[in-house]
Design a binder for this molecule. Structure first.
Ligand code: SF4
Length: 504
């Protein structure tokens, strides 16, 4: 790595990889390493406490590992990123400073303005140029087409030119309702908090300007690569096989079912997507997991995860401002923990967020996202709230998932129809409704399910826009047949008022 002689590699908080990016082929003596903890970033948002702890602890752990390996590490705690860089430059005048290209558009602009040299990296499997080639002149960037291209290109789960198991997609086996047999689900190791973890927490406690919410860490989220590898091994051995059939199900008494809970480690750089999908494929080839579970998981990693990463860059900064349905409601206080809620599905999801900074993909899409869509929550506000709340939050994750997928705020570029549903879907895919004071089948009256009333109101409110989408024809026809649509919309208006006031 001769061209990095005397250079400084600035490692950002979601680039914590020793094996990839600019540190991948460097050794001690090749470069200095800079980390900057920015007080402005720590204090600037109402972070979930576990999210903030995870990033700071993982940064400090990697810094210690690099020091132990012999690297010259400069770890700064500064007012902001610019101040940290300036202090480093003052101690090392004339040193080139380079960094792997940050994972957000604003991050790239900020570091470029500070004179940092940005270099391409291999933290993901798909380079921007590869994606641009694939997108080419396509009029629709369908995830399914992208995913099959990835499978072939990366040679993942392929038997020669054919997909392993004889099909590309096993979704039809993966939409089972939640089991009612009270079965137990695979557990995960809690890692003992160490001195670094406790120091991070003490620092947060001592700073009166830090405004976190949620429970503190209990060792659930890996802060080192070693811990992340334990989590990966546990998933492959115990949870991969049962993952598929119930990946869309929700149970009030079970927070993760057989989900991998690897996303925070992937998004921080502690694990690389290639090693994750290879480990999963090996398990399949050994006969340790069925094709529907294996394919469903690999679809999430080389399909969906890479797809949203590429779309974030492909669509650029303007995409963040999209708001096709003119939605301007604030994030409901029942989401943020600032108000309690009687909606059992929201209560269970937010309780999980409070306890673990985590909810799985259907809780995000069909509970929080669905209610936000039908209530008309402002897309960027929801995206930002999710970014600072979820353990795996990042702008590149949230912008396509929230603005494009959950809130349909791009007018249908990403998702061909809005993911709006009433209580019937939640009643089918969860056990939440059983103990809820609302009735998922009712759309009017005091015990009408808020999701159901809002669903019909959403269709009526946006009828003109949605009428041009042939995939919405059946739903719109159903809405027009409702004899009590006016009363439903009156109930929806009450729901919205109470939602805003934190009284629902
Ligand atoms: Fe949620 Fe409605 Fe079911 Fe209650 S009845 S849990 S509010 S979907």
């Amino acid at each position: 790595m001769g061209d990095l002689d005397l250079a400084t590699v600035w490692v950002l908080g979601d680039q914590l990889s020793r094996r990839h990016g600019p540190l991948g082929d460097s050794g001690p003596g090749d470069c200095r390493v800079l980390f900057v903890e920015s007080a402005a970033l720590v204090r600037g948002q109402r972070w979930h406490r576990q999210r903030l702890h995870l990033v700071l602890s993982a940064m400090r752990h990697l810094a210690e590992e690099l020091r132990a390996e012999g690297f010259d590490v400069d770890y700064r705690r500064s007012a902001d990123l610019a101040a940290g860089l300036a202090a480093h430059r003052a101690d090392h005048p004339g040193s080139r400073v380079l960094a792997a290209r940050p994972s957000s558009i604003d991050g790239c602009d900020r570091l470029t303005a500070l004179g940092v040299e940005l270099v391409d990296h291999d933290y993901f499997l798909t380079a921007a140029a590869d994606f641009a080639d694939w997108a080419g002149a396509r009029t629709q960037l369908r995830m399914e087409d992208f995913y099959r291209w990835q499978r072939r290109r990366l040679d993942v789960l392929m038997d020669g030119d054919e997909p392993a198991g004889g099909d590309w997609n096993f979704d039809h086996d993966n939409r089972e309702r939640p089991p009612k047999d009270g079965r137990s689900w695979p557990g995960v190791t809690r890692f003992e908090l160490d001195e670094i973890d406790h120091a991070v927490l003490a620092g947060l406690d001592a700073d009166p300007e830090v405004t976190c919410w949620g429970d503190g860490p209990d060792g659930l989220w890996p802060v080192t690569r070693e811990q992340a590898l334990v989590r990966l091994g546990e998933f492959v051995e115990h949870a991969l096989a049962p993952f598929g059939p119930h990946e869309d199900a929700m149970l009030a008494g079970e927070w993760k079912l057989a989900h991998s809970v690897l996303s925070s480690s992937l998004n921080l750089g502690l694990l690389h997507p290639d090693e994750v999908v290879r480990a999963v494929e090996v398990r399949y080839r050994e006969g340790g997991a069925p094709i529907n579970s294996v394919e469903g998981f690999i679809r999430q990693v080389i399909g969906w995860r890479e797809y949203v990463w590429c779309l974030y860059w492909y669509w650029g900064a303007d995409y963040r401002t999209r708001n096709a349905h003119g939605a301007h409601r604030p994030v409901p206080p029942s989401f943020t923990g600032e108000a309690s809620t009687e909606m059992a599905c929201v209560e269970a999801t937010v309780a999980g967020l409070h306890a673990r900074a985590y909810g799985h993909h259907i809780q995000r899409l069909m509970v929080l996202g669905n209610l936000a869509l039908t209530a008309g929550v402002e897309p960027w506000a929801l995206s930002e709230w999710m970014r600072v709340t979820f353990i795996d939050g990042a702008e590149w994750v949230m912008v396509p998932n929230v603005i494009g997928m959950a809130l349909h705020a791009d007018g249908g570029e990403m998702a061909t129809k809005p993911y709006a549903s009433g209580g019937a879907y939640l009643n089918r895919m969860s056990d939440y409704c059983r103990d809820c004071r609302f009735d998922p089948a009712k759309r009017t009256g005091e015990n009408a399910c808020p999701f159901t009333s809002l669903y019909w109101d959403f269709l009526a409110r946006n009828e003109a826009d949605l009428a041009t989408n042939h995939r919405m024809a059946r739903q719109l026809a159903g809405m027009r047949r409702l004899s009590d649509l006016d009363a439903t919309r009156v109930r929806a208006a009450e729901v919205l008022e109470r939602l805003d006031r934190g009284e629902l």
